[in-house]
Write a protein that binds this ligand. Structure first.
Ligand SMILES: *Cc1c(COP(=O)(O)O)cnc(C)c1O
Length: 369
């Protein structure tokens, strides 16, 4: 391809379809599926991913911030979009783009009603978020009376759903805590439904929740990481396919003598004759310095080559001693045979952080259909 940059992030739509189908197969046929496409669809490409999920029949989307929802609407996405963490300063924009806010605190509810009055809207779809133990965002159970009072004072909002979020759905050492969260959620749903006179959609589970607590799927689930091919579980990871593959090339190779150093601050010191390769990929592309000094490896000719020394802004060096390779050869940073989870592991982080950190300088290319 002419003019294709050396470093690209390939987004494989066939893998996305595979993961969506797999996750759906773990649910009851009537459970709705909300696809989480925040943070550039976990670092991939929001619009491409959302369009594909829309054709696959996803019921809902979620983004974190209003502006992410605006991008989807401007691209013609018609599926309902839940904004998980809206701010009052964006309410006018949110309403203008028919985005649906998560209302998570008395202040947010009050200010959202004011914005709906100002926009002269009625029956505006909203989602009420409850805190059941994560202690991040959400109303507390004893806010229900206040919520009902506000909803009745100005009956302009339509409560589409009631939801909460699990703190440790991927950690089977925390089953007891998670079961308490599930019980709290049930109790809150009952209290608010009794007062509303109807039961809104109920949703609690993220990807690991779907896999570990499927009995709590209620009316809808919210999956992000699973769609992109990761499940916080090695056995399930094997059933999923990574959507994003980060590829680059070898720009230059060097022969290093024993005792020589490589990179800034002489971060790597050679204890023998080594062959190194320099790659056009650095911390400005999202490969943090935490991955340097042997913490992560890439694949060259299918073989693992560790990052040596400090990751630079636009480059990194790898040890390719003993690997039959040459300048211009392709390098897989992560993807199918070396997953983002593998890459992240020794640097003490998780696939979520690595994927969402890949910067906008890296060109996204779509494969599959
Ligand atoms: C990000 C997010 C999700 C998706 O979680 P995954 O682990 O990626 O499936 C679901 N719900 C909420 C509230 C979130 O913030």
């Amino acid at each position: 391809m002419p003019n294709t940059p050396a470093t690209v992030l390939e987004i494989n739509l066939d893998a996305l379809t595979h993961n969506y189908t797999y996750l759906k197969s773990r649910l009851k046929p009537n459970t709705k599926f909300l696809g989480v496409v925040k943070a550039f669809a976990y670092g991939s490409e929001t619009v491409t991913v959302a369009r594909k999920l829309e054709t696959l029949g996803v019921d809902y989307f979620a983004v974190a911030y209003t502006q992410e929802g605006v991008v989807l609407r401007e691209a013609g996405i018609a599926t309902p979009i839940l904004v998980l963490h809206p701010q009052p300063s964006n309410f006018d924009t949110l309403i203008e783009h028919r985005l649906e806010p998560s209302l998570y605190a008395p202040r947010i509810l009050k200010l959202f009603i004011t914005a709906v009055i100002k926009a002269k809207k009625e029956n505006y779809p909203v989602h009420i978020k409850f805190n059941t133990g994560l202690n991040r965002l959400g109303f507390w159970e004893n806010d229900v009376a206040y919520i009902i009072k506000k909803l009745q004072e100005q009956p302009l909002l339509k409560v589409v759903s009631v939801f909460s979020h699990l703190a440790a759905s991927d950690d089977l050492a925390e089953v007891e805590f998670t079961e308490i969260q599930i019980a709290n959620f049930e109790k809150i749903v009952k209290t608010i439904s009794d007062k509303l006179g109807f039961v809104p959609l109920r949703h609690l589970l993220n990807t690991s929740g779907i896999l570990n607590y499927s009995e709590a799927q209620y009316d809808m689930v919210r999956s992000g990481i699973g769609l992109y091919g990761y499940a916080n579980d090695t056995a399930i990871d094997a059933a999923l396919k990574p959507v994003a593959t980060l590829k680059t090339v070898i720009s230059q190779m060097h022969q290093i003598e024993p005792g020589e150093s490589v990179g800034y601050n002489r971060g790597y010191r050679s204890d023998g004759y080594k062959i190194t390769a320099t790659l056009p990929l650095g911390h400005a592309d999202g490969i943090s310095r935490h991955y340097g000094n042997g913490k992560a490896s890439v694949l060259v000719q299918g073989k693992k080559a560790p990052i040596i020394g400090n990751v630079c802004m636009d480059m990194m060096m790898i040890d390719v001693t003993g690997i039959a390779c040459k300048e211009g050869d392709e390098v897989i940073v992560f993807g199918e045979n070396l997953t983002a989870e593998d890459f992240a592991k020794n640097a003490n982080t998780i696939s979520y952080e690595l994927l969402t950190a890949i910067s906008q300088r890296v060109k996204r290319i779509t494969t599959g259909s």
